[in-house]
Every structure is written in structure tokens, then in C-alpha cells.
Unconditional design. Structure first.
Length: 447
């Protein structure tokens, strides 16, 4: 019905400028109703009328070159200069930023290859023509791209800081929700203590609901629940929250997020009850329903299989989602590398398999790199992988020291679940050294 009225208004509008606001409503309505691809196509037509275009012939090299160009241009700007950019005066450029922001919002689902160009162009237009509310999330978006495409955490973190500083100048519920997902869900977790950002994601969810940006609200709460799961929130409390937010996702027809959260909920039930025999039946049911298993669900099974020491099943799961760990900077890729590394070292000792050692060593390198940016979030994981590596290489003194260090780090940084894993793995190490009293003590502490 709303599309009918939009069509009638467009038919009676006299010129392009008069129709822009109606086109904006049309694009937003299409994207919010699930027709993201059509929304992007309509938005691109409007951009062409405004003298802008999104190139369709992206290559990794052209994306890299555009990012290098933007990074060089941004070298001349600090936070103070960004905050004091003039307000945009050119109405056509303002409208271009408005539509580019909408396209960015829907591109993650429909055309993810557009995201690097769109985020670069939002920032470029801002630097050349002035700032507005649509610029704020653009800096945050470009920050995520600098990290995911170039692996430049420092540049991404700096852009995230620009974005949160600008919120004080152009605060709105819609903008705050977009910024929260990018900054607190992707960027800051690589640098700042994870626990400091989790609650900010829930606030991003609330702001999204208040601003009517349902998709971004659900993105924030999905990230809130995933990060809570990754970083050791008490499982019974998390399960109660999952049930509440799953009902919201069903109400708002956010089926992709709801399915991922339902799977997490099922596996939390297995973890809290110990019914490990249900694990493979749940997995078989998931593969029956969908030939392609999303990474979030694949990781859930991997983690649960690892906790219950179902190593062969866990190894099978690693093959389902082969992420490029040497380049990946998403928190889920990093946490998955951590568990894959622990799994691979454990199996390599059983099998004397050099291929598995190479997988595990690569995972260790990933966590060494991450710990260089955030000791708080990643040092305990790095130390535990190093301990397992020393154990595998029969470097007993070094392994003992690394196990003890990992346990202390996890405890000090409040990663209780990873402290328990480190205690358990250290117990197996001491049992291998025939120090059974120490092993028994550590196992008791881990439970």
C-alpha cells in the first residue's frame, strides 16, 4: 500500500529535486522490507542523477588503491580538524551523502563488494565539501574497511575515534546505532578491553529501535550476544537474554539473525546440561535445512565440540568454514583461530601430523599479532597457544611457564571460561609429565 502512494507522489512531482525525498523514502522502505538489492539499484539511479556513480568493475587492486589514496589524504587530519570541518553547503553533495549512506546500510546483505567504495566516497565527499550527519557513520564504516581489507588496525581505530567524536555534534538515534555496530562491534574490540564495549552494543540496539532503524538495531543486539558468548558471560544469564531477543527478531522478521541466535541457544543448553550426545544430531539437522552453514553456526559447533573434547568432529567442522586467518581481523575469525589452534596442537600430538602443526602454528601467529594491539583481549589466548606449541615440541620448561602465564592472564582479564580451558589443558600437560597431583588439582580448579 505504501509503495502505491510513493508511486503516485513520484508521478505528480515536477522535477528531480522535488522527487529526492520521495526516492529516499522508497529506497529506505525497500531495504527495510527485505528488498535490499532493489533498494540499492534504485539508490544508484538517484546517485547518477546527482552526478555520482558506483563503479561495477571492482578489483582487489582498485579497492586497495582507493584505500591507499584515502589513507594518504587523511594523514593531514587529526580529530580536532575533523571536528571543525565546515558544514556542507552543496545540496547535491548533501543528497549524494544521504543516498550513499542508505546504500551502505543495505550493501552488507545484498552487495558487500560495494562497501569499500561507498565508505571511501562518503569520507572523500566530506573532506572536500563539508560535514553533515551522514558523514559520521561513514568514518566508522571506513575504519572497519581499513581493518578488514588492509589489516591496518591503527588507521581503523583512529577513524572510529573520529566517528564517536562527531556523534557529539550530529547525534541522532539512527546515526548512533550505525556507529555502535561498526565501532563497538568491529573496531574497538581489537584494541580496547572487550568488556568495555559489550554494553555499548546494547545501547546501539536501543538507539536503533528509537530511530526506527530496525535492521541496525538487530545487528547491534546480535553483536552484543555474540561478543557476550565469545568473552565469557555467564551462560544461564545469556540464554535468558537470547530468548528475549529472538522473540524480537521474529517479530521484526530478522530471520538470519534469529536462526544464528537460536543455534547459539541450543548449544548453550548442551554446554550447561552436558548432553553432548545431542551435538551431532543438531549439526545434522542444520545441514539438512541448509547446504551452506553460516560461519557463526559453524563456530558454535566447533566451540562446543572442543569443550567436550570431540576432536575428530571439531576437525571436520574446521573444514566447513575455512577463513583466511592470516588476513582476518574480525573477532569471530580470531576466536575461531584460537580454538582451531588448540585443537590442531592436541591432535598433532596424537598423530604426529606436521600438517596439523602448520595449522596450529599459523593460529599462534594470528594471536601474537592480535596481542600486539590488545594484550587485555588476546594475551591469555596467545600464551595458551604458545604453551601448547612448547608442549608439542617437548619444550617442557617453556610450556610450564606459558601455561602458568596464560592462566594468570585469563584470571586477571576476567575471561573466566578461558581460564577454565587453560587450567584443563595445563592439567593434561602435567599428567603427561607424570605429575598427577598437580594435574588433579588443576582439573578440580577448572570445573
Amino acid at each position: 500500500e505504501s509503495m502505491k502512494y510513493i508511486g503516485e507522489v513520484l508521478d505528480h512531482s515536477s522535477n528531480f529535486d522535488d522527487r529526492l525525498e520521495v526516492f529516499h523514502v522508497l529506497v529506505k522502505s525497500l531495504g527495510s522490507s527485505g528488498a535490499q538489492l532493489e533498494a540499492i539499484e534504485k539508490g544508484m539511479l538517484v546517485l547518477e542523477g546527482l552526478g555520482e556513480s558506483i563503479p561495477l568493475d571492482f578489483t582487489p587492486k582498485s579497492v586497495h588503491n582507493y584505500l591507499m589514496k584515502m589513507e594518504k589524504e587523511l594523514d593531514d587530519y587529526d580529530k580536532d580538524r575533523i571536528l571543525h570541518l565546515p558544514l556542507i553547503q552543496d545540496s547535491s553533495k548533501y543528497q549524494a551523502l544521504k543516498f550513499l549512506s542508505l546504500i551502505y546500510l543495505f550493501a552488507a546483505r545484498a552487495r558487500p563488494e560495494f562497501i569499500p567504495f561507498v565508505s571511501c566516497r562518503i569520507v572523500e565527499l566530506t573532506l572536500h565539501h563539508g560535514i553533515c550527519q551522514y558523514s559520521v557513520a561513514g568514518f566508522a564504516a571506513l575504519g572497519t574497511i581499513m581493518i578488514s581489507v588492509k589489516g591496518d588496525v591503527e588507521a581503523g581505530y583512529r577513524l572510529g575515534k573520529f566517528s564517536t567524536s562527531l556523534l557529539g555534534k550530529f547525534d541522532s538515534d539512527v546515526v548512533a546505532s550505525q556507529v555502535a555496530a561498526s565501532v563497538y562491534g568491529v573496531i574497538n574490540v581489537l584494541v580496547e578491553p572487550a568488556q568495555a564495549n559489550i554494553e555499548r552494543l546494547r545501547n546501539g540496539y536501543r538507539r536503533g529501535l528509537l530511530g526506527g532503524n530496525i535492521e541496525m538495531a538487530m545487528t547491534n543486539i546480535f553483536l552484543y550476544c555474540r561478543h557476550s558468548f565469545f568473552f565469557g558471560k555467564e551462560l544461564n544469564r545469556l540464554q535468558s537474554e537470547l530468548m528475549h531477543y529472538m522473540q524480537q527478531m521474529e517479530h521484526y522478521k530478522q530471520e538470519m539473525y534469529r536462526k544464528n541466535m537460536a543455534n547459539t541457544n541450543e548449544l548453550i543448553a548442551i554446554l550447561t546440561t552436558g548432553r553432548v550426545e545431542q551435538l551431532q544430531s543438531f549439526f545434522c539437522e542444520s545441514t539438512t535445512q541448509s547446504k551452506v552453514i553460516p560461519q557463526a553456526i559453524s563456530f558454535n559447533y566447533l566451540l562446543t565440540a572442543f569443550i567436550f573434547r570431540e576432536f575428530e568432529f571439531a576437525l571436520k567442522l574446521c573444514e566447513i568454514y575455512k577463513h583466511k586467518a592470516t588476513k582476518a581481523w574480525r573477532i569471530q575469525d580470531i576466536v575461531q583461530s584460537f580454538y582451531e589452534g588448540l585443537l590442531a596442537y592436541g591432535l598433532a600430538r596424537q598423530r604426529s601430523d606436521r600438517t596439523l602443526i602448520a595449522v596450529a602454528d599459523n593460529a599462534t601467529d594470528v594471536l601474537v599479532r592480535c596481542a600486539g594491539h590488545s594484550k587485555w583481549n588476546f594475551e591469555n589466548k596467545m600464551k595458551l597457544l604458545q604453551a601448547e606449541k612448547f608442549f608439542t615440541n617437548n619444550q617442557i620448561d617453556e610450556a610450564r611457564e606459558a601455561f602458568e602465564s596464560s592462566i594468570k592472564c585469563a584470571q586477571a582479564h576476567k575471561f573466566i571460561h578461558e581460564e577454565a580451558i587453560a587450567l584443563e589443558l595445563a592439567a593434561y600437560f602435567y599428567a603427561a609429565q607424570k605429575d598427577y597431583d598437580k594435574s588433579k588439582s588443576l582439573l578440580q580448579m577448572s570445573s
